[in-house]
Design a protein around this ligand. Structure first.
Ligand code: AGP
Length: 611
């Protein structure tokens, strides 16, 4: 997704902007640009297609310096990736803007501006905003006022940062639907769409809220809300260090993040359970009251986070005996939900900024749910700030676009939710102790599973030339199969599908031949025998079967069947996390063997802040 960085200081801020863009690279982008007001207030812009390094080379070839500037990485929505569509966009008199989001009424505004003499040099919705601000500025008033008038006319989502030759001592910001943060420094201030961009400069941040417009100078920050009233927004100190986003000894962030899972899951459980008990501090005292009233749970999320929610659905119904439904946020947000009495609304998100999930939360607030709980990895995110109850997943920054540790920590956090709901619905202390003990054992079992890496790396060679793969599972392993298939397709570009194994004979079996690898996840659960029968259906059609199986499953490698033995005694609540690990490793090794860009797969963005 697009990224914004800006700075106002007494020093040359170009290195700050470029470093900030590099730190946002993980979000996914196709072009980059920078606009700087030099010491005498003249604007200079450099834009390039491709990596931030290409922008750096262009800057080196055309020296650009100055104390105020804005920069951007663009992920194309309106208009192809090209230099002319890259941000910043400029209007007359040296007014420059960077923008994340989508303006829905851009066509009408563009027509009006064209009629009044503005010429457009790009296909973007952003250029419309630049000209609109200039149009208001021409009529008199300050840059801040011109931005305020403009955003009142915009429909859609935006985070924007504006600088102008006419008012060269400030950066103006606005937020509606896309995150933007101000980093506070000493006699210098910074702006960005993600705090990761600013961590080398500051750890002190102010987050704009929906509808806010802000004026940032070297020494001051002034924020007004949607109605134009001055407001104070809370100052946050981030605990993240600047090197939290470093891949260290690993070849890719994804590999590092896969190996961080024992620690990440342990951190998620830490100080939330003790002596076989779930502590009240885990969800906070307000949650205890909510859980006691909860008669149903409705989970909303996107992508990998949706798969975590799908796992939770099985766990909540089986272990807490409470009805639970799970839904994709982009679907939920456009229907009129009928909410059963006392339903807890749960959102799951790594970033906490996914546009569809946030919109779903906002809709839910009007729909009569009992309360809202966010399971999220980013403490400062919009989702966390707008939810009534919060459980942070403590995975640490996840840079690889393909979610790994964020997913397993979500399942661990959802495991805690299962315990909390079971407890408030009559589970005995003994049942609580068993569930908590199983969760606490997870980091050790993940370590053991990671030791399968050399076998999986070898197995991955068989996929290099494949075009399709099928993932199968039953019960909680069905969403794990879905996650395995998503991982493989997003980073290796091999088409993969997941099916509940019982559905095989209702259609997908027709795809099975000796060129179609079929991957199954087979822990020792009540459904194991059923799954084995389904796998026999594949074998009988000459399909190539790869099964990650419990040692007591009774399954053995044979002609056309490869069984990889997983750690023993993996319980029902542990299996979703443990059986995810080999699927992550498989997709990683297939992708590296195929030479794809593992951490930044084509066309994808880490944080999907537009609809
Ligand atoms: C999966 O690997 C992706 N990163 C993607 O499906 C992701 O889970 C989805 O976009 C939701 O993101 P969120 O968890 O930040 O809301």
């Amino acid at each position: 997704m697009c990224g914004i960085v800006g700075a106002i200081a007494q020093r040359d801020i170009v290195p700050v902007l470029v470093e900030g863009l590099r730190r946002l690279e993980y979000r996914g982008y196709d072009s980059a640009g920078i606009a700087v007001l030099n010491g005498s207030g003249a604007l200079k812009r450099v834009r390039t297609v491709g990596k931030v390094q290409i922008l750096q080379d262009a800057i080196d070839g055309s020296p650009t310096h100055g104390p105020i500037g804005i920069a951007h990485t663009r992920w194309a929505t309106h208009g192809v990736p090209s230099e002319r569509n890259a941000h910043p966009h400029i209007s007359d008199d040296g007014l420059a803007i960077v923008h994340n989001g989508i303006i829905e009424n851009h066509e009408a505004l563009r027509a009006e501006l064209s009629a009044s003499g503005y010429t457009f040099t790009s296909d973007t919705d952003t250029e419309v905003i630049a000209h609109r601000i200039h149009h208001h500025l021409k009529k008199g008033g300050t840059l801040l006022e011109a931005v305020g008038h403009t955003v009142a006319e915009l429909e859609g989502a935006y985070a924007l940062a504006v600088v102008s030759e006419s008012d060269p001592e400030r950066i103006i910001l606005a937020r509606e639907g896309c995150p933007v943060v101000i980093g506070l420094g000493k006699n210098e201030n910074f702006v960005a769409s993600d705090i990761a961009a600013l961590l080398p400069q500051t750890r002190t941040f102010v987050f704009l809220e929906e509808g806010d417009v802000a004026e940032v100078t070297r020494t001051s920050v002034r924020i007004t809300d949607r109605s134009g009233k001055p407001v104070e927004r809370k100052i946050h100190e981030s605990e993240l260090s600047a090197d939290a986003a470093d891949k260290g000894q690993y070849a890719h962030f994804m590999l590092k993040e896969i190996h961080e899972q024992p620690r990440a899951v342990a951190d998620t459980l830490q100080e939330r359970v003790a002596n076989g008990r779930l502590l009240e501090a885990a969800f906070g005292p307000a949650a205890t009251e909510v859980f006691a009233k909860t008669e149903a749970v409705h989970i909303i999320a996107c992508g990998t986070s949706y798969h975590a929610g799908f796992v939770a659905r099985y766990l909540i119904e089986q272990l807490a005996n409470i009805p639970c439904s799970v839904e994709i946020a982009s679907e939920f947000r456009y229907r009129s939900p009928v909410v059963p009495r006392n339903t807890l609304f749960v959102t799951i998100s790594q970033s906490g900024e996914t546009a569809d999930t946030l919109a779903a939360l906002r809709l839910a607030k009007q729909a009569g749910y009992l309360s809202s709980l966010a399971i999220c990895n980013v403490p400062e995110s919009s989702l966390v700030r707008e939810s009534e109850l919060v459980m942070l997943t403590r995975a640490g920054p996840e840079i690889g676009v393909a979610s790994t540790k964020a997913f397993t920590t979500q399942i661990a956090a959802l495991g805690l939710l299962v315990v909390a709901l079971a407890k408030s619905h009559g589970a005995t202390p003994e049942q609580e102790r068993t569930l908590v003990t199983r969760l606490v054992e997870l980091p050790g079992i993940i370590e053991k599973t990671l030791a399968l890496d050399p076998i999986i790396q070898d197995l991955a060679k068989r996929f290099v030339e494949k075009h399709h793969a099928l993932f199968l599972g039953r019960g909680t392993m069905y969403p794990i199969a879905m996650e395995g298939s998503l991982k493989l397709k997003e980073i290796s570009y091999i088409h993969a599908e997941a099916y509940a194994a019982g559905e095989l004979k209702h259609g997908p079996l027709a795809l099975v031949d000796d060129d179609m690898p079929v991957i199954a996840v087979a822990p020792n659960t009540d459904l194991l025998e059923k799954l084995k029968s389904n796998l026999m259906e594949v074998k009988a059609r000459g399909g190539e079967l790869i099964v990650f199986a419990d040692p007591e499953s009774g399954m053995k490698s044979s002609d056309g069947v490869t069984v990889i033995t997983m750690p023993k005694h993996v319980s029902y609540i542990q299996a979703p996390v443990v059986y995810t690990i080999p699927l992550q490793m498989l997709s990683y090794h297939v992708a590296t063997a195929r030479g794809t860009d593992v951490d930044k797969p084509r066309n994808l963005a880490k944080s999907v802040t537009v609809e």
